[in-house]
Design a protein around this ligand. Structure first.
Ligand code: HPA
Length: 270
């Protein structure tokens, strides 16, 4: 894997991705942050040696290098999901490449369903901790110890300093920001009533199909990591309505300006 990573990194350096400090994974609800970036260079995933190739129709599949809030950033426009058939190692490969490019901080966004019914759709949740229900680990492969500590500590998976800053920024800007536990599932099907009940019992506040693999690898690489969820639906097992993808996208769009404010202001003070 090291050889592959080095090839990807060399290609990107040759393309001008020089000294990024922060990596951003744009999930649902943060795509428009691109409009705030002074883009220096962008390349399609399909042109980067050894990169997985993007398939999800909502995403564009580009790696972008530019300046956001006075910092050099590298941005994944489009992420890879387990439900598309990628392995956990493929999903997290770009995080390893961004780390080798020089990032020290990884910021991730996602869309999630609200399990905690005090949280409402259209609101944001700062991920404070997670429960991995994806049935595997991105670190479970031969040779992982050559890239970092195999038995990666996850006692502070989400960086306290970053989270404190995000909460302070939310307060300053009057943005409602809940804090809670994100459970990751494989998807792509949504959950049954019984599954939503179980998620509540085991301590999840939100559920989604991404983020946890990237955060595990960020911890493997000793990156500072933070994640924010936009809550797109309310998962009340006693009153469950059929899922409406159009509504999920609409809720994500509604929360987007707040999500952008949080990330921009955080990057500014890093
Ligand atoms: N479940 C899983 N993933 C999701 C949901 C959900 O209810 N909403 C948005 N992403």
């Amino acid at each position: 894997m090291i050889k592959h990573i080095n090839q990807s990194v060399q290609y990107l350096k040759d393309e001008g991705f020089e000294t990024p400090e922060v990596g951003l994974v744009l999930g649902t609800g943060l795509g428009q942050i691109i409009d705030h970036i002074q883009i220096i260079k962008e390349v399609s995933y399909s042109n980067i040696p050894n990169f997985p190739t993007a398939t999800v129709e909502f995403h564009k599949g580009k790696l972008i290098y530019g300046v956001l809030a006075d910092k050099k950033v590298v941005v994944m426009q489009g992420r890879f999901h387990l439900y598309e058939g990628y392995s956990l190692q493929e999903i997290t490969y770009p995080v390893r490449v961004m780390e080798k490019l020089g990032i020290k901080t990884l910021l991730v966004s996602n869309a999630a369903g609200a399990i905690n019914l005090d949280f409402k759709k259209g609101e944001l949740m700062l991920v404070d901790d997670h429960i991995n229900l994806q049935g595997g680990s991105p670190l479970a492969f031969k040779g992982v110890e050559t890239l970092g500590e195999r038995f990666t500590d996850m006692s502070m998976a989400y960086h306290k300093g970053l989270n404190d800053s995000l909460e302070a920024i939310a307060k300053q800007h009057d943005i409602k920001l809940h804090k809670g536990v994100y459970a990751s599932v494989v998807g792509p099907q949504l959950e049954t009533k019984a599954e939503y009940k179980m998620l509540k019992i085991i301590g999840a506040d939100a559920v989604g199909m991404s983020t946890v693999p990237e955060i595990i690898v960020a911890n493997h690489l000793n990156l500072k990591a933070a994640a924010v969820s936009v809550l797109t639906d309310e998962c009340d097992p006693s009153n469950l309505k059929p899922i409406n993808i159009a509504e999920i996208m609409q809720m994500a769009a509604k929360a987007e300006p707040n999500m952008i404010t949080l990330f921009k202001k955080l990057i500014k003070i890093l």
